[in-house]
Design a protein around this ligand. Structure first.
Ligand code: SME
Length: 153
């Protein structure tokens, strides 16, 4: 666990440096998806679903095999995250009837709401990470990934 904390510390420091002064959200999302995907071996899909209005998410920058293109707020782990503006940590996706399977290899998933720090009620996107390992995500991931919000002010 200590190793994971340290990896996140280095990752966030790297992102601080890479994203400093950048305001284009697609550029920022691309950079974050790349850094997360290459930092943790057990992250098999990392990407953003952008809030495009009309209670709809559309896939944005990601790394991994293809993700589904559109997710309504009413469906999926990402949709629940968008509706509730709350982190969804799913240790076993087979136990969640509303889970949308983009890959049959996925075993666990975490979805994190991305809101602009100045506008906490306004969803920018959902950061979604899938793992082929069961229960890949814990409170360290939750506490660290929520800090990604700071790049979307
Ligand atoms: N599993 C997600 C769909 C997106 S893919 O995992 C990339 C969900 O249930 O919302």
């Amino acid at each position: 666990m200590g190793d994971k904390v340290e990896r996140y510390r280095v990752l966030l420091r790297t992102l601080d440096s890479l994203c400093r002064g950048e305001t284009d959200r697609i550029t920022i999302m691309s950079t974050i998806a790349c850094e997360l995907f290459h930092t943790f071996d057990c992250f098999d899909w990392v990407g953003f679903y952008r809030n495009v209005g009309g209670e709809t998410l559309k896939v944005g920058p990601y790394q991994g095999e293809h993700g589904c293109l559109t997710i309504p707020f009413s469906d999926g782990v990402c949709g629940k995250c968008a509706r509730e503006l709350a982190v969804q940590n799913v240790p076993d996706v087979t136990k969640i009837p509303y889970h949308i399977a983009c890959s049959s290899d996925t075993r666990s998933e975490i979805a994190v709401p991305i809101v602009s720090p100045g506008r906490p009620d306004e969803l920018v996107a959902v950061l979604d990470i899938d793992s082929n390992l069961p229960a890949a995500f814990d409170s360290v991931d939750e506490d660290s990934l929520i800090k990604i919000n700071r790049y979307f002010s």
